[in-house]
Design a protein around this ligand. Structure first.
Ligand code: 9WN
Length: 484
């Protein structure tokens, strides 16, 4: 049997292959076991209790780790997500598992009503999804998954299958979500950016009238400590924003105003969308993914230069619109309120992953990372999600201080890309040590490493696997998979 036939003949259950050199109970095996437990047969849940469906950017990070133990599963993880893509190109932030009871997670499919409310935007009929999006890490993930086993990828036509979908996804963001007209993409809900209750959202959210508390039931409090989660007031506003978007048929930009006017509603307030923010991490991840899409195009024999050029133009737009030289970091821009939001969050450091960032910007971001506001290498070992000296800082409350492993992984990658190897090595050690000691926690206290939220969290395990496969002592800096 030749190599291609062998690859195609692999069993369909895509068994996880443990590193044969890794003994039971070793970090590699423990991380792989978390992914095995959270695998549903077609994708991976972020956590069995708290998040029992498929989440968009979680799946991208999960695929990046899964590629080291089962490249076939990693491909399927992304394919399952992209199968739920809408006709207008958006990739929904949640793909619901129909066998999970509605009351297991809020907001459930009967809140989003994607197949009816999202019909004009091309929501799929056969699968229920949310109607908002999450950061576009997917093309980067698809490229890294391909690199882990190019033979299998070619045999299955993986890149040829996902490329048009990823291209449509980026087109949706660049054409329908450039609400500020400056080339960058806006998020219309805090859940879209993925750092739900970050203090940067406080000012834009304050303009939103919360939905009454009695109109919904928070399933998250069945699993997480209330003090660690967003507040009820935050939730009331999340619900109001999502319901307004749904009631406007999930239309964007000018179409959104028109949809609300057609319903006889005020097109200026609700119709125009009460929340629209340009976020540095969301846009940086789009740019990194655009570079990855160029590599995918090249691999498929298509032109890649236009995509690389677009990524460079977007990098310039990011610096022009969101860089603050006095703060030494990127800030969010509030399109409905007053310009840049003066809150320092980890999102403002994530653009370090971009190859085209000016050298002085790179140097300033690294200084900020190590300085008093984030304290990496001095007060903290991992990167806190928010300014240690900020008024809203809380070491345990979700995205208002704790350290998360996906942002740690991104910043480690950025440091390495820009040749800050000592800082990258130290952060890698900290991420690995804390992930293992916390039983792969969802997030941790940035000072003590104490576990918060769920344990056995998929992206923590997946990114641990990715870092374990990264041999910092070799000349290329990689083993068992190319990290570029
Ligand atoms: C809402 C799944 C998701 C992550 C987000 C994280 C949290 C959801 C929630 O969990 O958000 O999407 O219910 O709090 O903030 O980044 O993708 O892990």
């Amino acid at each position: 049997m030749d190599r291609t036939a062998q690859l195609i003949a692999r069993p369909t259950e895509h068994t996880v292959v443990y590193d044969p050199a890794a003994p039971p109970g070793s970090p590699h095996v423990r991380a792989a076991e978390v992914l095995e437990r959270n695998w549903t047969g077609t994708s991976t849940v972020p956590s069995r209790g708290l998040y029992p469906h498929q989440w968009s950017w979680d799946s991208a990070f999960i695929a990046i780790g899964l590629r080291h133990v089962s490249p076939r599963r990693a491909q399927q993880e992304l394919e399952t997500l992209l199968d739920a893509q809408w006709g207008d190109g958006r990739v929904p932030h949640i793909v619901f598992n129909p066998s999970v009871p509605h009351d297991a997670y809020f907001p459930s499919p009967d809140f989003w009503r994607s197949s009816t409310a999202g019909r004009a935007a091309g929501a799929p009929r056969t699968v229920q999804t949310s109607g908002i999006v999450q950061p576009p890490v997917h093309a980067l993930a698809a490229w890294l998954v391909h690199r882990a086993d190019p033979g299998l990828s070619r045999a299955r036509g993986f890149l040829a299958k996902v490329y048009p979908r990823l291209a449509a996804w980026h087109r949706y963001l660049l054409h329908r979500r450039d609400l500020g007209g400056g080339g960058l993409v806006s998020v219309v809900h805090p859940w879209e950016q993925g750092m739900d209750n970050a203090p940067a959202w406080d000012a834009p959210l304050a303009r939103i009238t919360p939905a009454p508390a009695r109109s919904f039931r928070r399933a998250d409090l069945d699993h997480g400590a209330a003090d660690d989660r967003p507040t009820d007031l935050d939730y009331g506003r999340y619900v109001r924003l999502a319901a307004d978007y749904r009631d406007g048929g999930y239309a964007d930009g000018a179409d959104r105003g028109a949809a609300h006017r057609a319903r006889g509603e005020d097109a200026h307030g609700r119709g125009a969308g009460g929340f629209a923010v340009e976020d540095p991490a969301f846009n940086a991840l789009l740019i990194a993914s655009e570079h990855a899409l160029a590599r995918i195009a090249h691999e498929l024999g298509a032109q890649a230069t236009a995509r690389h050029a677009r990524a460079e133009r977007l990098t310039s737009a990011l610096v022009d619109r969101l860089w603050d030289p006095d703060e030494g970091m990127f800030l969010c821009r509030d399109l409905r309120g007053g310009g840049l939001i003066r809150e320092r969050g980890v999102s403002g450091l994530v653009p370090l992953i971009l190859p085209g960032l000016p050298r002085d910007v790179v140097a300033a971001v690294v200084r900020t990372l190590r300085g008093p506001h984030f304290g990496v290498g001095t007060a903290t070992r991992l990167v806190p999600s928010y300014d240690l000296l900020g008024e809203a800082f809380d070491p345990h409350r979700y995205w208002r201080g704790p350290a998360w492993f996906n942002t740690g992984w991104l910043i480690e990658r950025g440091l390495r890309l820009h040749g800050r190897l000592q800082d990258a090595d130290a952060l890698r050690e900290a991420v690995l040590g804390t992930a293992l000691a916390s039983d792969f926690a969802e997030y941790v206290d940035p000072f003590t490493g104490e576990a918060c939220g769920a344990t056995g969290f998929s992206w923590t395990a997946a990114l641990t696997l990715d870092l374990l496969h990264h041999d910092t002592t070799s000349s290329t800096g990689t083993k068992g998979g190319d990290r570029r």
